[in-house]
Ligand binder design. Sequence first.
Ligand SMILES: Cc1ncc(C[n+]2csc(CCOP(=O)(O)OP(=O)(O)O)c2C)c(N)n1
Ligand SMILES: [Mg+2]
Length: 1017
Amino acid sequence: MSNKVIVPDIGDFENVEIIEILVKSGDVIKKNDSIITLESDKSSVEVPSTAEGVIENINVKIGDKVSKGDVLISVSGGTAEVKDEKIKSSKDKLPVDTEKIIQQAEETLEKKEEKVVTSKIDKKNETIIQVSKDGDIDQVETKEWLESLSAVLEKDGKNRAQFLIKQLIEHSYKEGSDLVLSRNTPYINTIKPEEEKKSPGDQNLERKIRSLIRWNAAAMVVRANKKNPELGGHIGTFASAATLYDVGMNHFWRAKNNKFGGDLIYFQGHSAPGMYARAFLEGRINEKELDHFRQEIKPGGLSSYPHPWLMPKFWQFPTVSMGLGPIMSIYQARFNKYLINRGLLKDEGRKIWCFVGDGETDEPESLGAIGLAAREKLDNLIFVVNCNLQRLDGPVRGNGKIIQELEGIFRGAGWNVIKVIWGSYWDQLLAKDKSGLLIKRMGEAVDGEYQAFKAKGGSYVRENFFGKYKELLDMVSQMTDKDIWKLNRGGHDPHKVYAAYHSAMENKGTPTVILAKTIKGYGMGKSGESMNTTHQQKKLDEKDLLYYRDRFDVPLTDEQVRNVQYYKPKENSPEIKYLNKCRIKLGGHLPERSSFAKAIRTPPQDIFSKMKESTGDKEMSTTMVLVRMLTNLMRDKNVAPRLVPIIPDEARTFGMEGLFQKIGIYAHEGQKYEPVDSEQLSSYREDIKGQVLEEGLTEAGAMSSWIAAGTSYTNHDISMIPIYLFYSMFGFQRTGDLAWAAGDNQTRGFLIGATSGRTTLAGEGLQHGDGHSHILSSVIPNCKSYDPTFGYELATIFREGLKRMYEKRENIFYYITTMNENYPHPEMPKEKNTEEGILKGMYLFKEYNRNKKTKIQLLGSGAILREIIAAAEILEKDYKIDSNVWSVTSYNELRKEAMEVERYNLLNPDKTPKKSHIENCLSSAEGPIVSASDYIRLNSDQIRPFIRKSFYSFGTDGYGRSDTRKNLRKFFEVDKEHIVAYSLSVLAKEQLIPSKYASDAMEKYNIDPNKPIPTKL
Ligand SMILES: Cc1ncc(C[n+]2csc(CCOP(=O)(O)OP(=O)(O)O)c2C)c(N)n1
Ligand SMILES: [Mg+2]
């Protein structure tokens, strides 16, 4: 039997070109093996076989144009796939009878017997049968309640009714119901005292250890500032969070070792001194290093905040730019699940903990992705919001309550919310609060008042908190002011914190947020406890230090305190033994950064060789070349599984929809619906094992995913290759701070600024037209940026990227711009140093030397290189001017290298000077230099200081706008005509030709010399 494989439904396309035939006659194939690659003018897609067996005949050849239903190959033996709806011609396919399916499904549903009482219920008649209607087991009772409510509404209005409902809910909650009937619960702890899981720890020892950590953390800041007040630092943040960190360190957070992948902890940036202080007790950091807090110029200094770049064996996550930690941690948790679902990582129940400041939650990035966390059921994620009620300048919500506000937001988004508001000393008072007045008072007081309560002492609290109601005053009448002062907050109570963490660890199906109420500057007394200035407090005078010592019983003499000495008990002291025992039990130290990821072998050249050939007349965009390259890479067994294509809702813009079917879109629930385009080859396919991360409209989220994937080599010891494609303007401009954090985090991967350029993305206008992303990327030291024009340049750069990042494991990442302009691509020039030049940033593309007379050097980059080439041809033909045309693939790379060489030469005046690549290319080249790109002049101006010759740069300075490419290039003066005119003008200025040529050219090309510069338009 012989079966034919035909072209399936390929959407709106007709006459699509065959660019590759992946099989040959005689091959044995299975169903779904790719047989042919089709390419429209926007995207390429592989066609899978619908039959299995031996290929008898291939009915098409490369270059053929085919449409739906055309026969591609004939296969003998085996069976044809007749069930595959996607591939089967839609003509033969029965339409899906949706109604019938629904009907069948309904028939299989279990029908619940339901007796419904329809007759009027007589209140006095007690012989009513119990029936259940929509969960109502007692309709009479329901009716009575509703009638009461109606009466209230009628008599006292809706506000009164609302009040009563709220009271009922609060009452039921207080009585032990855990049903949450609103997004907010009363202002008390979520976990009732009787439900608290008790900590197995030795509380005395833990308090001692915590006190030492507190002391040493404060001491390192004070000592640094005694040395030099420029150094700065923070005491107040960690002082408020010490218990939150300690309980985690002693009991919950498991380190990475050879048996377990490790929990991932995002420490709040300003609490860094606390982590150093603990590491000091653990013996991982010595006194000398503590004394080099914020003095990092010499090796051994400690960085101000968590910076993996500066402390690569210690910090794992850069968090100090507020808001980035939370969003990155959410996508980290999601990426963990992605790796697990794709079968690349073992599910070991690892958790991602993220510490967030309450002020930090104002950052859009902090809360912007919490919906995703709930939607994706990230029960591996735990947020701890340290609600010390203050940010830098003052209260976070002086007139409100940050904890209640966050509770509503997180619960509304679908998170498990655990409030840790009150410490154990309150338990007895709350137990006595039969009337609910205490809870009422707790709910009434706003955060501005709570802040003052802790700043002003026990008698103030008695008077202003309890004093509002006589009943409450009576309640505390037996307590001294000191007792009242001791009424602690949940976040400072290790029992309450332990119970919350334990509960969070057990939670299934949703992410958890712990809202812990604390005091900023806890223990700092008059010098900065709960004061508006606490955040900035970095100096403690002698009195403050003595107070701090006494408050936490630190065993130091007055003299030692005056010297701000660190305190570390002996190795065999109970404290150190306990501390170490806890960490040994949890598998090692934290934070600690390491990587045991294996290198990935660079794919062989032949995967890229097609890109180095000429495309003939065929026009393609560099974006298409990239997508083609990705498709090819999917055939490399080392690289394919590691590729993580990431797109924020732009796959179709970039012609990547072919990947949907081929590798699927990651969806943790698979696909619960038949996609509307299920009959098409590029149908929207979601799959639990899907490889593409289709993020939807969130560049910040996509960037966070890219960082999670690009740091997988350290967080999971498996290298992944993230390729994040975005509208180039919505990359560095939109999420530049995440790009900076990515650099700090030593992320490895590709960022692709697609549809790039200010004149190349023609129709989209001012907000889309990118004229400066290369400037923005240039400032990140470990980012390598390229602006290629031709397929072979892109292929060379991409392969090198794979080699350097994944084979050599260098901590760099690549930013490459690609365009959507279609044009033919020449073959790679044969000169053997072309590849080297492409990677260094420039190479000689072509020499125009027919006239052997006046010469000019023309440098072009990205989209504008083709204008430069066209200009060179005009100059040669019409004006008898020769030129060298240089393709500049990266002004950024050229500048970096030239800067390094110049520095070397200046620092080594006695040595033979080195020559930069720019000098090697241009120093002996004849004539002045004209350069242009689709970016602002600053892009090419980067190399100006390193060129000893006359240098003129042209670019797209000003706001972009929409029009045709031709018109835009004319407007920004980077079209071939302007380049010709400007070149002639430059040559005239250099006294190499008469100025008349330039004026004539301007007239010829209709160039108005009085037109205002585009920056003013
Ligand atoms: C993006 C960003 N903006 C501003 C800052 C400066 N800054 C550092 S900490 C801070 C206040 C933080 O308050 P909160 O989040 O409540 O943390 P806390 O110290 O109270 O725990 C500010 C404004 C920053 N680090 N990052
Ligand atoms: Mg705060």
